[in-house]
Design a protein around this ligand. Structure first.
Ligand SMILES: N[C@@H](CCC(=O)N[C@@H](CS)C(=O)NCC(=O)O)C(=O)O
Length: 222
């Protein structure tokens, strides 16, 4: 029997679920997955019966209940400490960029919803000023992390794909989907994240989701 369960939304769209799922996988937790398709008539009521916040991801592990992707990331790091860098300076940076991702970049999140079914289709409309600001800030954060802490591998803090990389994985997906032009260092980082086996697994599983889960709300961006 598994040690708990992880409730997630549609893989094609649920960026917060992707973050939580990555952390849980990286920590090696043995949990059963429950998927609640997003943007269906009964989505809100179904999630409400499963998750205290009425949102996904939601993790139950042994008797511990954890909701909200950042809390799940912290919980997973209690079990697998390498999810945060061991050096305190790098760890402070990793926690800060993760928190900034979690609480910020509203313009980008609103205008560029994650949609794994539209890879390599550049945005037809011009990117607004606020979205351009978000993109520039993320590019700068990735570049700084790679320059200061990433010498020993392709991820933000080197060889280990950790919590900070998990927090940005859905942004990588958005940048690739919408054909966003990045600086060379940020682009190489995005390619490394996309090539990670766990991302490949998530994309593969997303591609086999039922067609009935496709939701106009997330498909309408040009
Ligand atoms: N701050 C939360 C956000 C979670 C969230 O907004 N999840 C969305 C799916 S990506 C959700 O559960 N939506 C509920 C719904 O669509 O009814 C986190 O970090 O986990």
């Amino acid at each position: 029997m598994a040690d708990g369960r992880l409730v997630i939304g549609t893989r094609r769209y649920s960026s917060w679920s992707l973050r939580g799922w990555l952390c849980v996988q990286l920590a090696g937790l043995d949990v059963v997955e429950e998927i609640v398709p997003l943007a269906q008539e009964d989505t809100t009521t179904r999630i409400a019966t499963l998750s205290p916040s009425g949102k996904v991801p939601y993790l139950e592990h042994w008797r511990v209940q954890v909701w909200d992707s950042l809390a799940i990331a912290e919980y997973c790091a209690e079990i697998e400490p390498s999810l945060w860098p061991s050096d305190p300076v790098a760890r402070g940076f990793a926690r800060s960029v993760s928190a900034e991702m979690h609480s910020g970049f509203q313009a980008l999140r609103q205008s560029m919803p994650m949609n794994l079914g539209r890879e390599n289709r550049p945005l037809a409309s011009v990117v607004s000023e606020s979205v351009a600001r978000d993109i520039a800030r993320i590019d700068a954060l990735w570049t700084e992390a790679r320059d200061r802490f990433g010498a020993h591998g392709p991820y933000l803090f080197g060889a280990t794909f950790g919590n900070a990389d998990a927090m940005f994985a859905p942004v990588v997906s958005r940048f690739l989907s919408y054909g966003i032009v990045l600086s060379p260092k940020a682009r190489r980082y995005a390619e490394a994240v996309r090539a990670h086996p766990l991302l490949a697994e998530w994309y593969r599983d997303a591609a086999t989701e039922p067609k009935a889960w496709i939701a106009a709300r997330y498909e309408s961006v040009d």
